[in-house]
Structure formats: structure tokens, C-alpha cells
Design a protein around this ligand. Structure first.
Ligand SMILES: C[S@@+](CC[C@H](N)C(=O)[O-])C[C@H]1O[C@@H](n2cnc3c(N)ncnc32)[C@H](O)[C@@H]1O
Length: 231
């Protein structure tokens, strides 16, 4: 099955043979993982019936065996330890955090969580630490003109909590390994904050609130610039 670069990149990080994809929608990730990776068994779960029907049809059409389809909220569809890797991708960070908090017992029973929020990535990094989990790797992919983060989270033997504010914003692992998409993302964000700063500066009257917004835009622009150049 041909899947997007984003789904392919997430699948690259799957470390175990028994997986669950929470919020599976079309089911592309478990289908691809069963067919192209060392995945033997998968749960494809969704809170809505329609996506689950679609996932089942896609799996049948692709001839992918070994997928169970489960309807329900977040991790409530799983028993602890049933899946070693739990994937949650393509939803906002706040929603993801809610799923992890409500299903903490199940999340802790897995060995790996692959999280790819499309919003509020720094918030997810903080939540991972608040739940006593750790980020062992992180990657970025550009797909359809958008940037996506992939957090490889482990649930035991964690030795990292001392992130700085900048590391929560950018990702410690990305800052250290500097994959090309991350550097490109930093350049993109620096240009964006440069434009925002210029717009605020160009306004007829800056005022106190404007000055605060300008300082913040300049701070973020400079942070992304530094990260794009030297890390
Ligand atoms: C935008 S799709 C993402 C699909 C796929 N994971 C991906 O990354 O391409 C989000 C899916 O998550 C499902 N969803 C939203 N909240 C959920 C929850 N609390 N539990 C399970 N599924 C949920 C939605 O029904 C939808 O099918």
C-alpha cells in the first residue's frame, strides 16, 4: 500500500510487533505496518464508527490480515500490555494528552508510545514528562507543505526531566541531532516571526501591548534563527 511520507515516517519508528493505532481513521498506519514492517498484530481503534468501517474496508481491499477493529474512546479499547507500541497521530496535543491521562494505566503497560500531534507539540513534551515517561528520539517530516513531529516515547527507565524552556519548544533530541527537516522548519519559523515583527513595528502606534508582542516575536525569531544556523 502507498501511504503518505508522514505515515511512512511514523511507521519507521515502530519498535515492537504488537501495536495499537488510536484514532486510526482510514487505517493506513496499521495496514502499512502489517504489510511493510515487522508488525504481526494490530488494533485499529477509533471513537467514531464511520472511520472504523473505512479502515476495515481498506484493510480488506489491501489484503492485510491480523488487524482488530475496536470502537471507543482513546486507550479504553485496550487492556494493559496488549500492545507494546501505541501510536496516536493526527490530532491536537491537548486531545492526545487527555487520552494519555485518562488511559494512563494502559499507556504505562505499553513499552513505546509514538506520538505525532499536529498542534501544541511543546505541550505534549511537557505532558510526557508529567506522566513520568521519556522522549528517547524525535523526528520531523514535511508532508503536503506542513511540518509534523514524531515523538518516540518510552514508559520505563526514564532519565530525563531537566528540559529548558527552549528544549520544550524545539525538542531536545531535534536540537542535538538536527535532521534537515528540523533545520528547514527553524528557517521557516524564523522567517515567519521576522514578518510578524516587521508588521508590528510598521503599525502606526506601537503602545505597551504592541511592544510586548514585538519583543516576543523578536525573541522567537532569534531563537529559531540560532537553531537554524548552529544549534
Ligand atoms: C485526523 S484523524 C487522524 C488519522 C490518523 N491517525 C492519521 O494520523 O492520519 C483523527 C481520528 O481520530 C479519531 N479520534 C478523535 N478523538 C478520538 C479519541 N478520543 N479516541 C479515539 N479516536 C479518536 C477521529 O474520529 C479521527 O478518525
Amino acid at each position: 500500500m502507498n501511504v503518505s511520507g508522514r505515515i511512512e515516517k511514523i511507521a519507521e519508528y515502530i519498535a515492537f510487533a504488537r501495536i495499537a493505532d488510536i484514532g486510526t481513521d482510514h487505517g493506513y498506519l496499521p495496514i502499512f505496518a502489517i504489510q511493510s514492517k515487522n508488525v504481526e498484530w494490530a488494533v485499529a481503534a477509533d471513537i467514531n464508527e464511520q472511520p472504523l468501517l473505512c479502515a476495515r474496508e481498506n484493510a480488506e481491499a489491501a489484503g492485510a490480515a491480523g488487524i482488530e477493529f475496536r470502537l471507543g474512546y482513546g486507550l479504553e479499547v485496550l487492556r494493559p500490555g496488549e500492545a507494546d507500541t501505541i501510536v496516536i497521530a493526527g490530532m491536537g496535543g491537548k486531545q492526545m494528552a487527555d487520552i494519555l491521562r485518562r488511559g494512563r494505566y494502559v499507556a504505562t503497560g505499553a513499552r513505546q508510545l509514538l506520538l505525532s500531534p499536529h498542534l501544541d507539540v511543546p505541550f505534549v513534551r511537557r505532558e510526557v514528562h508529567a506522566l513520568d515517561f521519556g522522549i528517547v528520539a524525535e523526528d520531523m517530516v514535511r508532508d503536503g507543505g506542513k511540518y509534523y513531529n514524531i515523538l518516540d516515547v518510552r514508559t520505563s527507565n526514564i532519565q530525563e526531566y531537566d528540559y529548558s524552556e527552549e528544549e520544550y519548544l524545539l525538542g531536545r533530541y531535534l536540537m542535538n541531532t538536527r535532521p534537515p527537516v528540523f533545520v528547514e522548519f527553524c528557517r521557516h519559523m524564523a522567517a515567519r516571526y521576522d514578518k510578524i515583527a516587521a508588521r508590528i513595528e510598521g503599525a502606526p502606534r506601537l503602545g505597551e501591548a504592541g511592544a510586548v508582542r514585538l519583543a516576543e516575536a523578536v525573541r522567537l525569531r532569534d531563537m529559531y534563527r540560532r537553531s537554524a544556523v548552529n544549534g
